[in-house]
Design a binder for this molecule. Structure first.
Ligand code: FAD
Length: 440
């Protein structure tokens, strides 16, 4: 397919994640048991991390997923990981929860990233985790000023690897593009192969005796005298405890959560392989850049350094993956004009979950535990952490509660109708981005 004269889609273009070339979600599902100690709905980072911890503590654990195990958002993400930089840029955390809790949330985000790095090293997971940093770009002077303010907030506690404002003159150390006016360097961040991480978790879960039941949607959960009665597409089971780990795929099973979450689709495309020196020139630290505009785009190198993975939200209304790929290609060429003739071999999408205050949520609902609300690009670290934390709660471990616990989980203003307003909001954000960047 060509777009503005350039080849956008390679002849072998596939609408599946590039990550699945290395780590296809091919797990053979287990049979549904009659009963289990803990039933977990959702086999992503949240559910699998919780399952592993519970199984290693001796619990009988069953993970249920509507899709193929390992094919949800967790094996589709871009693989950007970080500490406190992952807390949404959309919020003024101190105004929202007060200074003390805001600092505790930022510290916990750093702990969660440290924990991911420790876990991957200790378990010897082969998932290309690279502590390479991140660069957040600015396209206008006011954006640069905002990044500077954010940098001071982040640095307030005196970090080992402080955030740094990088002027345009030094920007090429991080990203070689004429589009940006400089930005903020984030050292405590990196990249991972998200599908290899998910596959690693699946392997560890299987070794620990976790039952992984795929392609079996949970239809209904009712409280019983001994715990819960869980009805699935293929049958039924009883469970002592239940964890809801459905994030952007949360549906009618839990209407209370559904009213509080807006699922948002996001798309990534991978270029065909090119001379690695080109990739290394464009992104010299192997680190991703994230464009700090309202409608985020980002790019990272593939772990082998031969491709660029370019992501963002192409449109806020449903469109085909090939149309999304065309839009992403045009955006990529805006940033890196020399990639005009480099086609995409893969494009794919998945759902993230947004909450009204842009914070992840962990708690209980009618006796069931839940951990949801990745709010964009921090789900790998945050949801892994919250999955482990939820397991620790079920195990009754003596552990300080997360500062995220107890923050009100409010309904979306128009309930599930909110998702119908997303295209309107998207058009509004696009218009504001255009206005901020209009020619002088
Ligand atoms: C394109 C894209 C790029 C992203 N990039 C990044 C990134 O760079 N960095 C980052 O940190 N995060 C990123 N994310 C977010 C990250 O992928 C998510 O936060 C994370 O995968 C959430 O994990 P989870 O386990 O909570 O949920 P998921 O991995 O979404 O798993 C939820 C599962 O629940 C299942 N389910 C739902 N309802 C039912 C039911 N009734 N019965 C049975 N199963 C059910 C679904 O089938 C699904 O598999 C990205 C997401 C997308 C889509």
């Amino acid at each position: 397919m060509t777009y503005a004269g350039a080849m956008v889609l390679a002849p072998d273009f596939a609408e599946t994640p590039y990550w699945w070339v290395r780590s296809p979600p091919s797990h053979v599902p287990a049979e549904l048991p009659a009963s289990t100690d803990v039933a977990i709905v959702g086999a992503g980072y949240t559910g699998l991390n919780a399952a592993l911890r519970l199984a290693r503590a001796g619990r009988d654990v069953t993970v249920l997923d509507a899709g193929v195990i390992g094919a949800g958002a967790s094996s589709r993400s871009a693989g950007l990981v970080s500490g406190r930089a992952g807390i949404s840029k959309m919020i003024d955390l101190t105004a929202l929860v007060g200074e003390r809790r805001a600092n505790a949330i930022l510290d916990e985000a750093d702990d969660a990233y440290d924990e991911l790095r420790r876990f991957v090293a200790d378990e010897n997971l082969d998932c290309s985790l690279d502590h390479c940093g991140r660069f957040v770009t600015a396209t206008t002077e006011p954006m640069l000023a905002k990044l500077e303010k954010k940098m001071h907030e982040y640095n307030a506690v005196g970090l080992d690897e402080p955030f740094e404002l990088v002027p345009r003159a030094r920007q090429a150390e991080w990203v070689r593009s004429e589009l940006f006016l400089g930005g903020m360097a984030v050292r405590n961040a990196g990249t991972i192969d998200p599908a290899a991480y998910t596959a690693g978790l699946i392997g560890l879960c299987r070794d620990a005796g976790v039952r992984l039941v795929g392609q079996d949607a949970v239809l209904d959960i009712e409280r019983s005298t001994t715990g819960f009665a869980v009805r699935t597409q293929s049958g039924a089971l009883t469970a002592g405890d239940v964890i809801i780990a459905t994030n952007g795929y949360t549906g009618k099973l839990t209407p209370w959560l559904q009213r509080r979450i807006v699922p948002m689709s996001s798309t990534i495309a991978a270029t065909e392989p090119m001379d690695p020196t080109i990739v290394a020139r464009l992104l010299p630290q192997r680190a991703p850049y994230i464009d700090g505009r309202r409608l985020i785009t980002y790019a990272r190198p593939s772990p082998d350094g031969s491709r660029i993975l370019f992501g963002g939200r192409a449109r806020f209304r449903p469109i085909s993956l090939t149309t999304s790929a065309e839009i992403l290609h045009a955006q990529m060429v805006q940033v890196f004009p020399e990639l005009a003739d480099v086609a995409f071999t893969h494009a794919w999408s998945g759902f993230m979950a947004f909450t009204t205050d842009y914070l992840p949520k962990v708690g209980t609902l009618d006796g069931m535990h839940y951990a949801v609300g990745c709010n964009g690009g921090s789900g790998i670290v945050a949801m892994s952490w919250l999955g482990q934390l939820t397991a620790a709660k079920i195990l009754g471990e003596d552990r300080a509660p997360s500062p995220l616990e107890g923050i009100e989980f409010t309904r979306q203003p128009a309930g599930t109708l909110t998702r119908h307003f997303i295209p309107v909001a998207g058009t509004w954000y696009r218009a504001r981005d255009w206005w901020d960047h209009r020619p002088a």
